[in-house]
Ligand binder design. Structure first.
Ligand SMILES: Nc1ncnc2c1ncn2[C@@H]1O[C@H](COP(=O)(O)OP(=O)(O)OP(=O)(O)O)[C@@H](O)[C@H]1O
Ligand SMILES: [Mg+2]
Length: 113
């Protein structure tokens, strides 16, 4: 089981969600508004968010926890839909998830996703 965390451009979100939702059996998505910077910092951002005196780019974060066999489909959907080719397109991190618990049923592991 893996957690896929994608930090993407907010204006690409609808397109990315369309791509994700076309994956059969996708079990869920969490969406957050976040701010950040990468190697190229937020220098080219037209309207940076200022926090604690520092400039950040506004970004959308998607978290999807999937069984191992679904990871590549999620990565290709995100990469295909989120890319403009310009700095700031975002990043995707794949993180080992050791377990899950579905609260309503008490199921564990892949069955809980
Ligand atoms: N190593 C990192 N750790 C945590 N968050 C990161 C990391 N790299 C990027 N991010 C997050 O992803 C967002 C998008 O990163 P971005 O695509 O600008 O990366 P970059 O390394 O600057 O590449 P580019 O040169 O294409 O802009 C950042 O605003 C930040 O929120
Ligand atoms: Mg950047």
């Amino acid at each position: 089981m893996k957690e896929i965390k994608a930090i993407v451009r907010p204006f690409m979100l609808e397109h990315i969600l369309d791509a994700l939702e076309s994956i059969e059996g996708l079990p869920g998505v969490t969406l957050s508004k976040v701010s950040g910077w990468g190697k190229s910092r937020a220098a080219s951002v037209t309207s940076p968010v200022r926090e604690a005196g520092h400039a950040f780019a506004p970004k959308s974060q998607l978290e999807v926890v999937v069984p191992d066999e679904m990871v590549e489909a999620v990565l290709s959907a995100i990469a295909g839909a989120a890319r403009t080719g310009k700095p700031g397109d975002g990043k995707v991190f794949v993180i080992d998830a050791s377990d899950a618990l579905k609260i309503r049923t008490g199921e564990r592991g892949d069955a809980a996703i």
